[in-house]
Design a binder for this molecule. Structure first.
Ligand SMILES: NC(=O)c1ccc[n+]([C@@H]2O[C@H](COP(=O)([O-])OP(=O)(O)OC[C@H]3O[C@@H](n4cnc5c(N)ncnc54)[C@H](O)[C@@H]3O)[C@@H](O)[C@H]2O)c1
Length: 266
């Protein structure tokens, strides 16, 4: 049959699915956790913040308010052994892992001529090495289970363009790496029915981008350079991630969805 009779809305359902969301303590990770829970998934939230962080407590409360299972694992995703332990604990609890939204990251603005190697490593480690560790660990579990799966990485428009005027070479390079890692894994793991895609947000109001404390003249540059003349909010990212996590995107792999109010067009 060429045209499926399945309801298009049913294709967005995550009913019965078990998901991992990294960097889920606030911002885009939390917004996506709510979307996944509303769509029917049980969720393990990974972040480096302590268990009693208000953002963690709130995200677990909201997931449970949809009648879904939620638990938190405090993990530094730059540490190989911690990542493996976190996934093993999740597998023990859920029995399977179907979806991974690999979203944790850090930002840093330092002019390259002033940057120490340790500062470069900190960003590459948090923004790129962690994506490799999460994808590899999840990929091994999914390949062994033989049921396929979905991995969604958070890249950035910074992986496609150079932001003006802030100097952030390490972040930009790491995010370009995330985008190409995504395409590479999509090709390697298509044979295992594991789809790997990424989102590339533009400027999004979140704990990483606290619009209220960023100097007005800098915000004006961001607005002026964005065709839609505003920044986005995490809620405007979640539907695209849900699309990539669900059967709605069953023929989509190796893709980058740019969600930036048009920034990259100029
Ligand atoms: N906000 C933006 O404008 C923007 C734009 C493009 C891309 N992004 C990317 O989106 C993602 C989410 O960012 P956000 O804007 O929601 O900000 P956020 O700061 O709320 O989210 C990032 C989360 O990652 C966690 N984290 C960082 N390093 C970690 C580590 N080593 N181990 C475990 N957890 C770790 C942080 O504790 C935090 O909760 C990041 O990858 C970021 O680079 C953000």
């Amino acid at each position: 049959m060429i045209i499926s009779k399945k309801s298009v809305l049913d294709k967005f359902s995550l009913k019965g699915k078990k998901a991992v969301i990294t960097g889920g303590a606030g911002g885009m990770g939390s917004a996506c956790a709510y979307a996944f829970a509303e769509a029917g998934a049980d969720i393990a939230v990974f972040d480096v913040k302590p268990e009693d962080d208000p953002g963690i407590r709130e995200v677990l409360r909201q997931i449970e308010s949809y009648g879904r299972q939620a638990f938190y694992i405090c993990v530094d995703l730059t540490e190989e052994s911690e990542v493996i332990t976190a996934f093993n604990k999740t597998l023990e609890k859920f029995g399977e892992i179907n979806i991974v939204f690999s979203n944790a990251g850090v930002a840093q603005q330092i002019a390259c001529e002033d940057m120490e190697l340790s500062e470069w490593h900190r960003v590459i480690s948090n923004d790129l090495d962690s994506m490799f560790l999460v994808a590899r660990t999840a990929g091994r579990i999914m390949i062994k289970a033989g049921q396929g799966g979905v991995i969604i990485n958070t890249g950035s428009m910074s992986g496609d363009i150079v932001n003006f005027p802030q100097p952030q070479a390490a972040y930009n390079a790491a995010k370009a790496g995330v985008i190409h890692l995504t395409k590479s894994l999509a090709c390697e793991w298509a044979v295992h029915n594991i789809r790997v895609n990424c989102i590339s947000p533009g400027y999004i109001h979140s704990p990483m981008m606290p619009v209220e404390v960023i100097p007005e003249d800098l915000m004006k540059i961001f607005y002026d350079r964005t065709p839609m003349k505003r920044v986005g909010v995490p809620d405007e990212i979640a539907p695209a991630v849900l699309y990539l996590a669900s059967d709605a995107s069953s023929f989509t792999t190796g893709a980058e969805i740019v969600i930036d109010g048009g920034y990259c067009c100029w």
